[in-house]
Ligand binder design. Structure first.
Ligand code: FDP
Length: 411
């Protein structure tokens, strides 16, 4: 039984199902302007072309990353980080799925309030720890910042007690920023949630003393921890995992967007949507419309015109809002339309966090051919001043989001 399974996993057939439509190099997100949202054109490295697909397994995430690393040896270390993300997303899938069982120890609140004044759920804390450990034990991480950590955490200098467990320390280091369980206020109602991750390059010369906390840090140490405060244009990779009827892992390495679906029968993420492109036009808007009266005039005007069918397309829009960013953005990527959380009179910068929500999701959106703006500025170009900084976000189909940019420009 075991032997035949192994054999069938090895039998692959030729197929063009996953041939990447327009292979492009994996490069950093450039500082593009709104008019040109296409991926950067410099061809330094190669994208894998899957002309052979294993019938039993399809193209797994690990095979995808192995091929990326073979074609682009400089991305080898990044592939190792994605191995950890793969494992963490599978583990979080199980936690989310089991969290509503009466016997579950992950049910309910932790009894703590995070630095942003939000009640932390037990799941927020557990998933944060899980992701942190998974990434850390790759030995490829220098600093991380998370929604659930008050300040950036240095992983090379700190946690010395555990350093014996880090097997590989040499090689390139990265900075990871993440929201381990976005939309967690929905989890008790069985509504989709997600993990959002952004990866930046790390300054190799950064070493932070384990005792460095706040004012005890030297200027140089503080600067190393501030390595997390980079604009989205510096991202080398971004990903989200959507925990819903299926678990979907979507990623970009600066060369288009690839979506993988978790096949639970084999426990692997399998490439299900290569080179995802968001439709340029669509008639869905996704906002918390209860805040409409508090938005500024251009935003209000756009949503009202879509509702009335008096926008540029002349079509009447439908509304879809889950209230869980990963779910709303995922649907927007596939069906088109616009998702947003604008600023309002109560919260001028809206609700979403720039570093681990706005920037990574904008990178993915732009790599799928969409646009992401505050209304006045490209989200990817904003450098965070503090870790938990908020940012207004309006992202989605090119022609729809352009209406918002035009409305602000006409102000
Ligand atoms: P949550 O508070 O449940 O974590 O940024 C957090 C977020 O969810 C987003 O996922 C979601 O898009 C937004 O808040 C929903 O906010 P509203 O409840 O104000 O609509």
């Amino acid at each position: 039984m075991k032997i035949s399974l192994v054999v069938s996993l090895l039998v692959c057939t030729a197929s063009h199902a996953f041939v990447s439509q327009s292979p492009r190099p994996f490069v950093r997100a450039s500082s593009q302007v709104f008019a040109t949202v296409e991926a950067p054109v410099a061809r330094k490295t190669k994208a894998p072309v899957f002309d052979e697909v294993c019938e039993t397994t399809g193209v797994t995430l690990s095979r995808f990353m192995n091929e990326v690393a073979m074609l682009n040896p400089e991305l080898k270390e990044l592939a190792i980080l994605f191995g950890a993300i793969d494992t963490a997303c599978k583990a979080i899938t199980n936690l989310v799925k089991r969290s509503q069982l009466p016997s579950s120890e992950t049910l309910g609140y932790q009894g703590e309030v995070n630095v942003q004044g939000e009640d932390q759920k037990k799941l927020d804390v557990i998933t944060n720890d899980l992701l942190k450990r998974a990434l850390r034990f790759t030995g490829r991480l220098g600093v991380l910042a998370s929604e659930e950590e008050d300040v950036p955490v240095d992983l090379i200098g700190n946690d010395k007690s555990d350093s014996r467990d880090i097997l590989i320390e040499e090689g390139e280091k990265y900075v990871a920023v993440f929201d381990p369980l976005d939309g967690s206020s929905n989890v008790d109602a069985g509504i989709p949630t997600g993990t959002i991750i952004g990866i930046y390059e790390h300054d190799e010369n950064c070493v932070v003393d384990p005792d460095c906390i706040g004012d005890d840090c030297s200027e140089q140490e503080a600067q190393c921890l501030a390595n997390t405060l980079q604009p989205g244009t510096n991202l080398v990779a971004a990903a989200y995992c959507l925990y819903s009827s299926s678990t979907i892992l979507a990623l970009t390495l600066g060369n288009g967007v690839y979506m993988f679906t978790l096949d639970e029968t084999i426990g692997e993420f399998v490439l299900s949507k290569p080179n995802v492109k968001i439709p340029d036009d669509a008639t869905i808007y996704s906002f918390n419309e209860a805040n409409l009266e508090m938005w500024d005039a251009p935003m209000r005007k756009c949503v009202e015109s879509w509702r009335m069918g008096t926008g540029k397309s002349g079509k009447t829009f439908s509304s879809r809002y889950i209230g869980s960013m990963v779910g709303d953005v995922h649907r927007t990527l596939l069906y088109g339309g616009v998702f947003g959380y604008p600023g309002d009179t109560k919260n001028p910068n809206g609700k979403l966090r720039l570093l681990y929500e706005g920037a990574p999701m904008s990178f993915i959106m732009e790599q799928a051919g969409g646009i992401s703006t505050t209304g006045k500025k490209r989200v990817m170009e904003i450098t965070p001043e503090v870790v938990h900084q908020r940012v207004p976000v309006i992202m989605g189909s090119k022609n729809v989001v352009q209406e918002v940019i035009d409305a602000y420009a006409a102000e």
